[in-house]
Design a protein around this ligand. Structure first.
Ligand code: A2P
Length: 304
């Protein structure tokens, strides 16, 4: 049995800001669940909360942050620009801040490298229709680079960017600011070693979403013999193995839970051995790689 303690691992963004490695993810959390989970998480010791305009829960997330009584500057808050607002990221950020009831976020991410059509009656709706006539993610980034100077976000980054997408950004004419983070899907069926190595070498913090395999592959991991064997060896839960696998590999990890007990247990840290990290890396070699989040946005070649 290992001694489980609250997570204390802190990483550093290329802006110099500190970012706690274990965050609460809120994708798929209803308004009520998001409010309760954020309050529970902050009481349990989390200081990093991740949301997005498209999650439709920024208002309860922000209210829980404000109601927690914890000074704003002690909490790292991330939200994301939805594709339908790529032509006006400042408007997207302003609207997110209004819903959150906060004066700034710590990190503002371009959610996908794809501009999407806007429904005028509701600018933030999920659509698979792209809006790439005279626009692309490089133009969006050009505008996003102006955001840190407004004080409304401390840092800017990207999400769901491939190595090629990042290379295109870096080589673009108006490129000035290196993304602080790239938030992507990572779990044992999608270890993303090449993308992690590339980002870490550039000084871009990697953030793992769906680290427990989301609903689609959660059961695969919670019943996987390698994970169960390691969990038993340390006397911890399978989800704690998955989370600490990410911590040991050196990136931010964003487990989502709406269950107070699981929110608390997901924040417990222990040191996973390198041999166990490597054993978990073998899972995708045995079972094959699998993505759980793979939307189709027109014909845009995602993840290339
Ligand atoms: P719940 O919200 O009821 O806890 P991911 O972070 O990969 O998106 O996974 C989220 C899924 O994993 C949700 O279905 C969530 O359910 C579940 N989950 C979160 N923490 C745990 C845990 N410690 N043990 C088992 N399932 C968990």
């Amino acid at each position: 049995m290992v001694e489980l303690k609250n997570s204390t691992t802190i990483l550093k963004l290329n802006t110099g800001a500190e970012i706690p490695a274990v965050a609460l993810g809120t994708w798929k959390s209803s308004e009520e669940d998001a409010y309760n989970a954020v309050l529970t998480a902050l009481k349990a010791g989390y200081r990093h909360i991740d949301t997005a305009a498209i999650y439709q829960n920024e208002a309860p997330v922000g209210k829980a942050i404000r109601d927690s009584g914890i000074p704003r500057e002690e909490i790292f808050v991330t939200t994301k620009l939805w594709g339908s607002q790529q032509r006006n990221p400042l408007e997207g950020l302003d609207q997110s801040l209004e819903r959150l009831g906060l004066s700034y976020v710590d990190l503002y991410l371009m959610h996908w490298p794809v501009p999407l059509k806007k429904d005028p009656s509701n600018p933030i709706t999920f659509t698979t229709e792209t809006d790439m006539d005279g626009w692309d993610f490089i133009k969006t980034w050009t505008l996003m680079q102006e955001l840190p100077a407004t004080g409304k976000t401390k840092a800017i980054g990207v999400s769901n960017f491939s190595i090629n997408n990042i290379k295109q950004l870096i080589e673009s004419e108006d490129f000035k600011i290196l993304p602080a983070a790239n938030q992507v899907e990572i779990h044992p069926l999608l270890p993303q070693q090449e993308l992690i190595d590339y980002c870490q070498e550039k000084g871009i913090i990697v953030e793992a979403y769906s680290p427990l395999g989301s609903e689609a592959e959660l059961k695969t991991f919670l019943t996987n013999p390698t994970i169960l064997k390691i969990a038993e060896k340390y006397g911890v839960e399978p989800a704690q193995v998955l989370i600490n696998w990410g911590v040991k590999r050196g990136y931010v990890i964003l487990p989502k839970s709406a269950n107070p007990k699981r929110v608390e247990s997901n924040f417990k840290e222990f040191d996973l051995s390198q041999a166990d990290v490597d054993a978990i890396l073998c899972i995708s070699k045995e079972l094959g790689e699998k993505r759980v989040v793979s939307p189709k946005f027109g014909s845009f070649p995602l993840f290339e």
